[in-house]
Design a protein around this ligand. Structure first.
Ligand code: MV4
Length: 450
């Protein structure tokens, strides 16, 4: 095994990785900006090293700073967490060239999946069902109009390098195509330096269902079912659950096998998520994420596995510790993302935590880097905790979530906790009857958002 791993991240996900390292007898190295000297990941790791000023560009995203920290501390591997450098192919390429192990997929797989046209071509060739649309990129307005006619309106024009909803434009009719095509191209170019776009049939009321996959890099791979992440606001997930309320065991096994076979075929290594839109009983691939995701704990809860431990194992060439036959869904899990944000507008609310009390008890997991007296710096994203509950079934998980939210105390700042109290009172949430547009609509009618 590795004897030392550097964690190129902060907050709750850095703690998540440090905890896995400690259980495996591996020493952990925290890196931090000057704004994070008092952060929990710095305290919890075996060693910590300052890598730069508050701005993430000059610290958590600085490739030279992170590689230097690795060399100074003698860490043999880097776990990137999520965000920051976790899906940066150029960074991973540098590590590959310098014999530092990246705990994650190869730079080639990151590059393929980072370009959505290439990702879709690849998945389609591997037998994964995709949204009908253009075959690859669309290079002219004339071609865009031809494809619009072919697949039928509404269609969506997407930037191949897009993300977070940027570079995505819906054309309801042919009259909208010129503007949608030009705007998507312009946004792709200005935000990501890549004007290439592709076109898909626009699905009006799908769910966002993502399949967790895991590969050993040597042609073996498994799936760990789905997560329903339809509840989003401005392309930020708010609540995630597993299994998906709309997915039965047979459907899970069918799409899961397609996904596991696909990633086995390309010798994919480590954790990955294959994202689908799910409408009228059919799955349509949209993107693949080549990292551990924020919401991975709901999958860990229902399958009883430690995904970070597995990532570390396969990165060093060990086999996965389970096969597909070992993996069985057990109960139901729900995660809510607790952000330092003030309702109704979700304005950032950094500041000093005057009192923090985490909920506990059966089936409750609180992943957070908060502590009494901690000051949340204003420089990073607003996620301050994830509350994950696990029950024997969905009603038990919902009741447990309500109970755990009641125990949670985060004083001194504003948080999104009141949102979850309100959501739990909604019949559609209680019954699992929601699509990707449900939350934005609810926020408009209940908080006057929009
Ligand atoms: C779509 C779509 C409808 N049809 N693609 C949004 C971000 C990016 N990851 C993909 N997105 C969408 N792609 C087709 N062909 C609707 C969305 C979408 C969405 C998807 C998942 C979760 C929330 C969403 C909110 C708005 C739009």
């Amino acid at each position: 095994m590795f004897d030392k791993i550097l964690i190129a991240n902060r907050g709750e996900i850095a703690l998540r990785v440090i905890r896995a390292c400690r259980e495996m007898g591996i020493r952990s190295v925290a890196v931090h900006s000057t704004a994070d000297s008092d952060a929990m990941h710095v305290r919890m790791a075996d060693e910590a090293i300052c890598i730069g000023p508050p701005s993430a560009t000059d610290s958590y995203l600085s490739v030279p700073a992170i590689i230097s920290a690795c060399e100074i501390t003698g860490a043999q591997a880097i776990h990137p967490g999520y965000g920051f450098l976790s899906e940066n192919a150029a960074f991973v390429q540098i590590l590959e060239d310098h014999d530092i192990t990246f705990i994650g997929p190869t730079s080639e797989h990151i590059r393929i999946m980072g370009d959505k046209i290439t990702a879709k071509d690849t998945m389609k060739a591997l037998g994964v069902p995709c949204v009908p649309g253009s075959d690859g990129g669309v290079d002219s307005l004339e071609e865009a109009l031809r494809i619009g006619k072919e697949v039928g309106y509404p269609v969506i024009v997407k930037a191949t390098a897009g993300g977070g909803g940027k570079g995505m434009k819906v054309a309801q009719t042919a009259d909208d195509m010129k503007s949608a095509y030009q705007t998507a191209r312009a946004e792709g170019k200005s935000n990501f330096g890549n004007p290439d776009v592709y076109i898909e049939k626009y699905l009006t009321t799908p769910r966002h269902i993502e399949i967790q996959v895991f590969g050993d890099g040597k042609g073996k791979a498994v799936h760990l079912g789905e997560r329903d992440c339809s509840l989003q606001r401005r392309h930020q997930k708010v609540l995630e659950e597993a299994p998906g309320p709309a997915i039965d065991a047979e459907t899970r096994a069918r799409i899961g096998k397609i996904c596991a076979d696909a990633v086995a075929n390309i010798n994919y290594i480590g954790a990955g998520t294959i994202e689908f839109l799910y409408e009228n009983g059919d799955f349509y691939f949209i993107e693949m994420n080549t990292r551990l995701q924020v919401e991975h704990p709901v999958t860990e809860a229902i399958f009883g596995v430690d995904l970070v431990r597995e990532q570390i194992r396969v990165a060093e060439g060990y086999p996965m510790s389970f096969t597909q036959d070992d993996l069985e869904v057990n109960g139901h899990a729900i995660e809510v993302r607790i952000n330092a944000e003030r309702l109704p507008n979700f304005a950032p609310s950094p500041g000093r935590i005057t009192q923090y009390h985490a909920p506990g008890g059966l089936g409750v997991r609180m992943d957070s880097a908060l502590y009494d007296g901690y000051s949340i710096p204003p420089f990073y994203d607003s996620l301050i905790g994830k509350l994950i509950v696990h029950g024997r079934d969905r009603p038990e998980a919902l009741a447990r979530l309500s109970r755990a939210l009641g125990e949670l105390i985060v004083d001194g700042i504003h948080t999104t906790v009141p949102l979850f109290d309100a959501l739990l009172a909604e019949p559609d949430i209680q019954s699992g009857n929601y699509t990707i547009h449900w939350l934005e609509h609810w926020l408009e009618t209940h908080l006057g958002e929009g």
